[in-house]
Each structure stands twice: as structure tokens, then as C-alpha cells.
Design a protein around this ligand. Structure first.
Ligand code: KG4
Ligand code: ZN
Length: 340
């Protein structure tokens, strides 16, 4: 069985074909970095227009790379939110149109849920597992009981983790997108040089806050004299975020009290090797396996959309074509759109 997954919620136009045997037959991603670079961040209007220009090319390439015809696709899954509404509409409408024209089921996908389940595409992770979701739009810790059953333990009260990487990169003039650049620069710095605040690190709290850390980096940056000072500041920032992640995951593991099979991290920030390594060590010290998808499945992609589509297909959770894309769509808001 082949499912086509289409993703266009932010600045990646992506399509992939995945089988029920977890084979990723194709995974095509058009990254809009060049379009947004000179603005230092994603410009919603440009993102929507670029999705419109690229979507057919990307889907055609996904079919070509997979070596399948459209007639061999059994269902089409499309991100319907949350995200930039103009961008979401492009992919969702394209997916619905394919569904209608070749008469196959359409499955509306919540982008955050796709990140949350993505680890099951690349690893055999059983429910319930603890998930740290860290992307550009969201930071949360939850227990994933099933594909449509999430118990939220904590979330950010201001900026998301990814956003903090992006904002730090911008304020230090490192460029866009921030995450990968910060990670690269941090490798050359002394992470112990600056002592930065670790917000909300109080016992029992699984909530995050990154706005204060960003301000502390801005204040410290004003005192940097040499280029190396700046590099050390970047390294210290990444170390601080890593420490916060480790602290929060420990709190969450304690709250779960052995009721989880594993710990997983997903979303764009999960591409960060230092954070992955630190969390891996932490989980191992608790005797829990730690999973995180390969880098190209951490950042936005169509394969995770197709995979959640497959999981929903098995539960017969198809979506009515009337379903409207939603710019805001939390993990708890499931069920209302399902066509049984
Ligand atoms: O999941 P994602 O691709 O898009 C959203 O759903 O938001 O996440 C994008 C975020 C951006 O904020 C980006 O800076 C961050 O993930 N990111 C990273 C790394 N790669 C991407 N953050 C830290 N280290 C990285 N290597
Ligand atoms: Zn994402």
C-alpha cells in the first residue's frame, strides 16, 4: 500500500511516498531558504507563493523517484495545520484535488502530530512513549498514548526552542535558518564561558520559557569584544538549552513513573546532535531507550505526513473534503473532522 504525503505548512514544500512496511520510496523537499534568506526569517506571503510555484514539481518528483504512478497511490495525506495559513492552503488543496480526481481517501494531518509520530516510521517504538517535541513553532513534552491520544505534560509559555535558536542567530548576525548555523558555530566555542539563566527549572515543572534566555544573550552580546567571545556565547547558549532539555525530560520521566516504553525527540531541533547526545545519555541512565528520527525526518518533510496518513488509514480515520485548513490546531483538538 502506498500513501502520498504532502507538506507545506511553513517554508518547505515537500512530498513523499511511504509504504505500510515503513519503506520511504521517495522524500522530496524543496527548501525555501534562498527565498527568505535576505529577510532574516520566513515571509508568509513569499512562502505561500513559492509553495504554489513548486508543489506540482515536488509531487511529480516524489512519484518519479518512487517509481510509481498516481494510479498506484492508495491514499493522500496532507498537512492541514497548524502553520502559515496561506502556505497550508496550498498543500491541503493540492492533496484534496488528487483525492477527488482519482477517487482515493484524503487524510487531514495535524503537522505537530506528524512530528510526534514520525519516530514510529524509523523505529519500532511502542505506545505509550514520552515525547519531547521541539520545532520552530512548538515546544512540548507529552505522553503519546496512541496516534490521536496525547497527554500534555508541559509546553512553552513564550518562545519555542527552535524560535530561540532562530532569534539568537538573527541578533548575533549569523544568518538564517538559525538552528543549523548555531549548532555549527557552537562547535568552535567554549560553552562554559558565559553563565546564562535556565528559566523555569524548578522541580516538577515540564513547562518551558525561552524569552528570558534570549534577553540574557542580547545583554551578554553587547559586552562581547572579540569574534571568539561571540562564538563562546553561541556555545554557552546551546549548552544552556541542552541543560534545560535534560532537566525537563528528567522531570517528565519522573512524572511518567515507569509507565512509558521509551523517550523520543522530534521536530526540527531534534536535528541538533549535541541535544540528541545529551538526551540519549540521560535516558540511558534511567534504563529507557531514546529515539529520534534521522535528520531529514526531524525537519519538515512529507514522509512523516505520509506515515501518519498510513497509521490513520489503518484506523479508517479519513477526512471529509470540506475540512478547512486551520492555522492553529492543538494536539487535543482531534476527532471533529473524521469521516467514519
Ligand atoms: O520542525 P521544523 O522543521 O519546522 C516547524 O515545524 O517549525 O523546525 C524548524 C526549527 C527552526 O526553528 C530551526 O532553527 C530548528 O528547527 N532547527 C534546529 C536545527 N535544525 C533545525 N535547531 C537546533 N539545531 C539544529 N541543528
Ligand atoms: Zn515542523
Amino acid at each position: 500500500m502506498n500513501v502520498l504525503g504532502i507538506e507545506s505548512s511553513c517554508d518547505e514544500t515537500a512530498a513523499a511516498i511511504v509504504t505500510e512496511k515503513k519503506q520511504v520510496l521517495s522524500n522530496v523537499i524543496y527548501s525555501q531558504i534562498e527565498e527568505h534568506k535576505s529577510f532574516g526569517g520566513v515571509v508568509p506571503e513569499i512562502a505561500a507563493r513559492t509553495h504554489l510555484e513548486k508543489i506540482d514539481v515536488v509531487v511529480e518528483k516524489a512519484l518519479h523517484d518512487a517509481g510509481v504512478n498516481l494510479s498506484e497511490i492508495d491514499a493522500v495525506a496532507g498537512t492541514c495545520g497548524p502553520g502559515l495559513i496561506g502556505s497550508v492552503i496550498v498543500g491541503a488543496t493540492f492533496a484534496k484535488t488528487i483525492s477527488m480526481s482519482i477517487n482515493i481517501p484524503f487524510i487531514a494531518i495535524n503537522h505537530i502530530e506528524a512530528h510526534a509520530i514520525s519516530v514510529r516510521l524509523t523505529e519500532d517504538v511502542e505506545f505509550p512513549y514520552l515525547l519531547l517535541l521541539a520545532s520552530g513553532g512548538h515546544s512540548q513534552l507529552c505522553i503519546v498514548h496512541a496516534i490521536d491520544n496525547f497527554e500534555i505534560l508541559g509546553k512553552t509559555i513564550d518562545d519555542s526552542v527552535g524560535e530561540s535558536f532562530d532569534k539568537i542567530a538573527k541578533l548575533l548576525g549569523l544568518g538564517y535558518p538559525g538552528g543549523p548555523i548555531v549548532e555549527k558555530v557552537a562547535r568552535c566555542g567554549n560553552a562554559e564561558k558565559f553563565s546564562l539563566p535556565r528559566p523555569l527549572c524548578t522541580k516538577g515543572s515540564c513547562d518551558f520559557s525561552f524569552a528570558g534566555l534570549k534577553t540574557a544573550v542580547r545583554v551578554a552580546a553587547e559586552k562581547c569584544v572579540t569574534e571568539q567571545d561571540k562564538v563562546d556565547l553561541v556555545a554557552s547558549f546551546q549548552k544552556t538549552v541542552t541543560d534545560v532539555m535534560v532537566f525537563k525530560v528528567k522531570q517528565a520521566i519522573d512524572i511518567c513513573d515507569k509507565k512509558i516504553t521509551a523517550v523520543a525527540m522530534a521536530g526540527g531541533v531534534a536535528a541538533n546532535k549535541s541535544i540528541r547526545a545529551a538526551l540519549n545519555n540521560t535516558c540511558n541512565s534511567y534504563g529507557l531507550p531514546f529515539f529520534s528520527p534521522p535528520l531529514q525526518i526531524c525537519t519538515d518533510n512529507g514522509a512523516m505526513i505520509a506515515w501518519l496518513g498510513l497509521e490513520k488509514f489503518h484506523k479508517k480515520q479519513f477526512t471529509d473534503l470540506q475540512f478547512a485548513p486551520c492555522p492553529r490546531w492543538s494536539l487535543q483538538q482531534h476527532g471533529s473532522f473524521i469521516k467514519h
